[in-house]
Design a protein around this ligand. Structure first.
Ligand code: ATP
Ligand code: MG
Length: 563
């Protein structure tokens, strides 16, 4: 693809900044990133972009990348999320520097800095209600109003802040605010809140704290403590940057690397939602089976569906890094997945909607082991033996009673090749009372065996098949897009859930697979020839095989003109 080649040739704007910093010997040429997830949900494909960016740049420039949990909001956080985040990053093929870090490791240091700011007259305790504070902030076009508590003496602030910390103040009764500028056109500079009172148990610090720092007061300082040089974040934080720098001004010492915040456009994908709040809502309302439901845009969902880390990393590379928001067609992600699976998956025969074919001139007690190539894209993948016999399954839609001229599959009086086997001719068929085809009768041409001298004879259609007596049963789950709308969360008048695709999951219980698949393990991936890519689900057992369709061979949405 052109995009990927372009990427290989030219630097993106973040790489340009880094290379200039290296040239200028900034921070002694130290390069240090961090990926800062909030452990309040599972990671999604948007996070994957950020992971690939941060860890990828660290690899490219011989730098480091920390994993830092931004755990300043105890009410919504959970150890389950911490664990899943670690697993997902490692699965993508990245390893963080040293141990995972937590913003909560720095609560003592942050508190000390807050006290220092109070002493210097740069922070104050405000006892007004949240509503009053927002009202006074006003609108960007007009100066806000100063709080009556803004100018109280430092000693008084220190006593109150200590009380807040010691749990002597009820939730919401007081906040600590930075004293910056109530007339700033940037609303974030209008005396932002640094600490709030919250009597909540924290998953790491337990009940030690009754106050918790706000994101803006914790993030830049955490970057600074860890020696982060380039703090990459999404565009919505651009407006926070003056505050990020202002807080650093209060604490930064000469001679230590000072982090620089750089914003990039978040990944938006069509036909999905990516806010953790919305994903959580779907999990809680059981609209999906869990965070790792194969229809979810979460990394764990994509993994379960059969996506590979290589495909996701390639996708992240292809979309590149932009400074302006855009929406990426989910088809591009699927394209990357298909491209990788095409290279690595063994080809197998699986019939999803079987109908029986009886080869009338093939002896009932005979069976032949036919040799088939595992992967034409990969010579090292070798060959396997597939049994052929008197009764076979083919795909129901590969037969028509009255086929049109261009239907190059099976119909009365028509010939097709059974892949890797023989050419067969349809002589007759049987129907049940409701008109469903129950059996198709064919004769085979013994001279037409694939690979033999007689195999030169050409017919237009080639079908996949599975021998009836050797077939393995399986459940196959077919997934389609979770939403029918390109931008389900983008409609003011409608809840995103109104656009859920009612047909996003179809379960087929009666699929017939070639016998080599009896021994598959969860996570194994295959191409079912002529159908698509499939992955063994975590619920699969030898006595009840379960496959997920990862992606169809072709983009059916394009064909239907839906995208
Ligand atoms: P959400 O809004 O879904 O809750 P978040 O941005 O609050 O997501 P965090 O856990 O704070 O989630 O995100 C961790 C990192 O991943 C942040 O640096 C954030 O900028 C980045 N990130 C989150 N979503 C995307 C996205 N769609 N594209 C790129 N980066 C993202
Ligand atoms: Mg966030």
């Amino acid at each position: 693809m052109e995009l990927a080649e372009d990427n290989a040739r030219s630097l993106n704007f973040i790489e340009t900044i880094i290379e200039e910093d290296l040239k200028d010997k900034k921070n002694n040429r130290k390069i240090h990133f961090r990926f800062p997830p909030e452990p309040n949900g599972y990671l999604h494909i948007g996070h994957a972009k950020s992971i690939c960016l941060n860890f990828g740049l660290a690899e490219k420039y011989n730098g480091l990348c920390n994993l830092r949990f931004d755990d300043t909001n105890p009410a919504k956080e959970d150890v389950e999320y911490v664990d899943s985040i670690k697993e997902d990053i490692q699965w993508l093929g990245f390893q963080w520097n040293d141990e995972p870090l937590y913003a909560s490791n720095y609560f003592d240091q942050l508190y000390t800095w807050a006290v220092q700011m109070i002493k210097q007259g740069n922070a104050y305790v405000d006892e007004q209600s949240q509503e009053e504070i927002s009202r006074q902030k006003g609108v960007p076009t007009r100066p806000g109003e100063e709080s009556a508590y803004r100018n109280r003496p430092a000693e008084e602030n220190l006593v109150l802040f200590e009380k807040m910390k010691n749990g002597e103040v009820p939730d919401g009764a007081m906040v600590l605010r930075a004293k910056i500028n109530m007339s700033s056109p940037n609303m974030h500079m209008r005396d932002p809140i640094m600490y709030r009172v919250l009597h909540a148990e924290h998953h790491r610090t337990g009940n030690k704290w009754n106050i918790y720092p706000m994101y803006d007061f914790a993030h830049g300082q955490s970057d600074y403590i860890e020696g982060i040089t380039h703090s990459l974040c999404t565009l919505e934080f651009e407006i926070h940057r003056p505050l990020y720098d202002w807080f650093l001004d209060q604490i930064a010492e000469a001679g230590r690397p000072r982090p620089r915040q750089i914003e990039f456009a978040r990944l938006n994908l069509s036909y999905t939602v990516m806010s953790k709040r919305k994903l959580l809502e779907m999990v809680e309302q059981r609209l999906v089976s869990g965070w790792d439901d194969p229809r979810m845009p979460t990394i764990s969902g994509l993994r379960r569906r059969g996506y590979t880390p290589e495909a996701i990393r390639e996708f992240a590379d292809r979309i590149g890094i932009a400074k302006r928001d855009n929406v990426i067609d989910v088809g591009l992600l699927e394209f990357s997945v298909r491209e990788h699976l095409n290279k690595i998956t063994p080809r197998v025969f699986g019939v999803l909607d079987p109908v029986k074919v009886i080869i009338t001139n093939y002896p009932e007690d005979k069976e032949e082991m036919l040799e088939l190539i595992n992967n034409p894209e990969d010579e090292t993948a070798g060959k396997r033996l597939v049994p052929f016999s008197h009764e076979l399954y083919i795909e129901r839609n590969d037969f028509m009673e009255e086929p049109p001229r261009k239907f190059f599959r099976l119909g009365p009086g028509r010939e097709v090749r059974l892949k890797g086997a023989y050419i067969v001719m349809c002589e007759d068929y049987k129907k049940d009372d409701s008109g469903n085809i129950t059996e198709i009768y064919c004769t085979y041409d013994p001279e037409s065996k694939s690979g033999s001298t007689g195999s030169q004879r050409k017919v237009k259609g080639t079908l996949h098949w599975v021998s009836v007596q050797h077939a393995v049963d399986a459940e196959v789950r077919l997934y389609d897009r979770l939403f029918l709308d390109e931008d389900p969360a983008g409609h003011k008048e409608h809840d995103f859930k109104e656009f859920l695709n009612p047909d996003s999951l179809k379960i087929l219980q009666n699929c017939k697979l070639e016998p080599s698949l009896q021994t598959v393990q969860p996570g194994d991936k295959f191409q079912f020839q002529r159908i698509g890519y499939f992955c063994v689900d975590k619920e699969s057992r030898p006595e009840h095989l379960v496959f997920n369709r990862t992606v169809a061979l072709r983009d059916s949405w394009k064909k239907k003109g839906r995208s």
